[in-house]
Design a protein around this ligand. Sequence first.
Ligand code: PMM
Length: 278
Amino acid sequence: MSVSLEAGPRPLVMGVVNVTPDSFSDGGRWFDPADAIAHGEQLVAQGAQILDIGGESTRPGAERPSEEEEARRVVPVVRGLAPTGVTLSVDTMRASIAEAALEAGAHIINDVSAGLADAEMGPLAAATGVPYIAMHWRGHSADMQSRAVYGDVVAEVRTELEARLEELFAVGVRREQVILDPGYGFAKLAEHNWRLLAHLDDLVATGYPVLVGTSRKTFLGRLGRPDGAEPVPPAERDAATAATSMYAAQHGAWAVRVHDVAGTCAAFDVLDAIRAAG
Ligand code: PMM
């Protein structure tokens, strides 16, 4: 793996490679493995330092694919992208899929459930020692939005993530492996996502590297729209995503997970130029 877990002045850019028929923003576009591999290569050419390969859509209401189907989607794409030399993460809640992906050349486990969905995930992360992204999660996508109930979302996300870490450490995961993610859009209403962004510093202050994944999420599509109106379509949310990525860069994020790699890199070039001129 060629990337560091130390947060630098400019966050790493993790490009999304969804091998799904139904992801909310790009479902079906790269469902064929050859298309997904070509898309990943294009994201690397645009400046992605990490590719996040996933075979399960986590959009609200989504049904899960079978384990066999998820493996069929993910493993050939990991194998096909390994020769690029770019750091690869596998976006899965299943330990068996993570294990197969690591064998095929992946370097990072991105588990949106932080070990809650599969009790074997913690032991696998411990045994392999690879970087492990632990995201705040309250349940599977089919009904997660019913769990978007918080008194103090910032404190609760942090406490629930800390509780997950205690369990992961108890099965042998090491502190140095962990990357935290507040889980924008997962069991969160728009107001929760905004508050978690406003208090991103609190999560960064834990000392763990922090991944920010706001890309094309619905709360960005609602900006500037009248109450009750449809949000703007996902593909038109990249400018707002670049703005949240820029904000994440100024608040110590380790990496941003984005669909629009070229736009994100352009935004970070702007930040670098401003800083260099200071
Ligand atoms: N969001 C999605 C999928 N995987 N992983 C992490 N760590 N953080 C996220 O915010 C995240 C994720 C859903 O977005 P997509 O359907 O566009 O991939």
